[in-house]
Design a protein around this ligand. Structure first.
Ligand code: CO
Length: 499
C-alpha cells in the first residue's frame, strides 16, 4: 500500500472519529437527554458536524487524491478506497461550512419541535421547521449539482446511482403488484391476531428483545439496546453499535420485530470489518441506505416472521410472555404476526402494505421538493394519498404526516430506501435459497450462522467498495428485479390466506 493511501486513511479516520462523537450526542438526545438540554445540544452537534466537515475538506486530502490517481501500482482495495474517497471529498468540498453548520443546528431544533408536535398533534408548530428543512435541502442540492433536478440529487445521496425516474419505474410496477396481492388477501377470511394485544409489561418485552439479539448473533460487547420514540440504529464506533426499540404494552410484537429489524442493521455495521488499514475510513462504511435496509428487513421479515424461525424459538418467547401467549400455537402466532391490514402507521405496517406507505411518501416528497405542494397543505395531501393508496382515513396528523422522524431530520429522499431494501432482500433470499440447499430446515434447526456468513461475505465485508447496483449484481448474478419481491409475497401470503 502506498504511503499516500495510509496518510489519506489517517485523515479520514479523524473525520470519522468526529462523526462518531456527533452520533453519540445524537443518540443521547434521543434516549436520555433532559428537555432542558436541547438548545445547547443543538450547538454541540453543530460544532461537531462543522469540525467533521473541516476535517473532510482539508486541502491535503485533495493533493493525496490527485497523487494517488496518477499512480499505476495501486492494490485493488486501494483503488476502491480512492474512488469512494474522491466522491465524498468532491461532495464535501462543494458544501460551504456555513450550510453544514446551519443544517446541523436547525435539524436538532427541528427534531425537538417534531417530538412536541407529534405528541400534541400540532402540525402547525412543526410546519416552519419542515419548511426550513426543505429549503436547506434545496440549497444543498443546488450546491452539489445545479444541473440536475434537486430531488434527483437528494435521492442519489441515499441511494447512489438512483434518480426519481428510475425509482418511479420500479415503484410503478411494485404499486400494481402490491395492490393486486392486497385485493386477493382482502377477499379471503381475515387472520385473528387479537391475542397479540394481550398485555406484556415493558420489563418482559425488554427480556424478549435481549433474547432475540442473542439468537440473531448481536455481539453485546460491541453494542447495546435502549428505548426511544422511534427505533433506530446508530454507529458510535467500529466496535460500538447502538440499537433502540419501544415497548407498547398492549402490542408486544412491535418491540420484538423492531428489535429484530434494528439488530439486522447492527449486524451489517458489525460485519464491515475490513483490513486494519481501512478501519474508520469511508471504505468501512455501508454501501447505501437501501442496502442497509435490505439487511434489517431480511432479518425482520424473511427470517423473523417465518414459521421455521418460530418453530425453533417460540418456546423461549412464550416463556417470557408472562402468560400472554398461553393457548396460542406457533402456527397461529406466525399467521398473526403476518396479518395484512391497511393501516395508518408505516413502522407497524405489514409486508404487503408497507411499500404503499413508502410510495405515498415518495410522491409527496417529490411534490414538496418541486414546490407543487406547499408545506401548509401537507396534512390534507397526506390524507388524500393514504385514502387513494391504502383506503384508510387518517384521523389526525400525529398518525398522519407527523408520524415519522425523517423529514424533521432533514432526511428528504431517504424513504424510497426502505422499499428498495425489501426488493433487494427478496433477491438475496432467492439467491441464497438456490445456493444453500436446506436453508429453511437449517433455520428451523437454529442455524442462522449460515445466513449471516452469506450476508457477511457477499455484502457486509464489501463495505462501500461497491455501489448498490454492483452489490446486487455480484451477490445474485443479476441486476435488480422487483418481480422477486412479488413472487416472495405471493408464495408466503397464498399459504397464509389460502388464495
Ligand atoms: Co431500518
Amino acid at each position: 500500500m502506498r504511503e499516500e493511501t495510509r496518510r489519506l486513511a489517517v485523515l479520514d479516520r479523524e473525520r470519522s472519529l468526529l462523526t462518531h462523537i456527533g452520533a453519540l450526542l445524537g443518540w443521547d438526545q434521543e434516549t436520555y437527554l433532559p428537555s432542558g438540554g436541547v438548545e445547547e445540544r443543538a450547538e454541540q452537534l453543530a460544532l461537531i458536524e462543522g469540525l467533521a466537515h473541516d476535517k473532510a475538506v482539508v486541502p491535503e486530502i485533495g493533493y493525496l487524491l490527485s497523487s494517488l490517481e496518477a499512480a499505476s501500482d495501486l492494490e485493488e482495495r486501494e483503488r476502491a478506497y480512492l474512488k469512494v474517497a474522491r466522491r465524498e471529498y468532491d461532495r464535501e468540498t462543494k458544501l460551504p461550512a456555513s450550510l453544514v453548520t446551519e443544517k446541523a443546528k436547525r435539524t436538532s431544533l427541528s427534531q425537538a419541535a417534531w417530538v412536541e408536535a407529534r405528541r400534541n398533534d400540532d402540525f402547525r408548530s412543526f410546519a416552519p421547521h419542515l419548511r426550513k428543512m426543505i429549503d436547506l435541502n434545496l440549497e444543498m442540492a443546488d450546491v452539489l449539482d445545479p444541473e440536475v433536478p434537486p430531488y434527483d440529487v437528494l435521492l442519489d445521496l441515499y441511494e447512489l446511482g438512483s434518480d426519481e425516474a428510475s425509482i418511479a419505474a420500479v415503484f410503478g410496477r411494485m404499486k400494481t403488484d402490491l395492490i393486486a396481492i392486497l385485493d386477493k388477501i382482502l377477499g379471503r377470511p381475515q387472520v385473528d391476531d387479537s391475542f397479540l394485544q394481550r398485555r406484556v409489561p415493558a420489563e418482559a418485552q425488554a427480556l424478549m428483545s435481549e433474547d432475540i439479539m442473542d439468537i440473531l448473533g448481536f455481539d453485546r460487547t460491541r453494542g447495546r439496546l435502549d428505548t426511544t420514540v422511534h427505533p433506530f440504529t446508530t454507529t458510535l464506533g467500529a466496535r460500538d453499535v447502538r440499537i433502540t426499540t419501544r415497548y407498547i404494552e398492549d402490542c408486544f410484537p412491535s418491540s420484538v420485530f423492531s428489535t429484530i429489524h434494528e439488530t439486522g442493521h447492527a449486524l451489517y455495521e458489525m460485519g464491515i470489518e475490513l483490513e486494519p488499514e481501512f478501519a474508520g475510513t469511508r471504505l468501512a462504511e455501508p454501501a447505501s441506505m437501501a442496502v442497509h435496509e435490505s439487511q434489517s428487513r431480511f432479518w425482520e421479515n424473511i427470517v423473523g416472521r417465518s414459521l421455521p424461525f418460530w418453530k425453533k424459538n417460540y418456546k423461549r418467547l412464550t416463556a417470557l410472555s408472562r402468560g400472554a401467549l398461553d393457548g396460542v400455537g406457533v402456527e397461529a402466532f406466525v399467521k398473526a404476526v403476518n396479518k395484512v391490514q391497511p393501516s395508518l402507521i408505516r413502522t407497524e405496517a405489514d409486508e404487503v402494505t408497507y411499500g404503499l406507505h413508502i410510495i405515498a411518501r415518495f410522491e409527496l416528497e417529490s411534490d414538496l421538493v418541486s414546490g407543487r405542494l406547499q408545506v401548509a397543505d401537507l396534512p390534507e395531501a397526506w390524507k388524500a394519498k393514504m385514502k387513494a393508496l391504502l383506503g384508510v382515513d387518517v384521523p389526525d396528523d400525529a398518525r398522519g404526516c407527523l408520524q415519522d422522524i425523517h423529514w424533521s431530520m432533514g432526511s428528504i429522499g431517504y424513504f424510497p430506501s426502505y422499499a428498495l431494501g425489501n426488493l433487494y432482500a427478496a433477491q438475496f433470499w432467492v439467491t441464497m435459497k438456490d445456493e444453500i440447499p436446506g436453508l429453511e430446515a437449517g433455520i428451523e434447526a437454529g442455524d442462522l450462522v449460515t445466513i449471516l456468513s452469506w450476508l457477511r461475505k457477499k455484502i457486509h465485508s464489501r463495505g462501500a467498495a461497491l455501489t448498490p447496483a454492483e452489490i446486487i449484481l455480484e451477490a445474485t448474478g443479476f441486476s435488480l428485479n422487483p418481480g422477486h419481491y412479488t413472487n416472495y409475497l405471493e408464495e408466503k401470503y397464498s399459504a397464509i390466506y389460502g388464495f
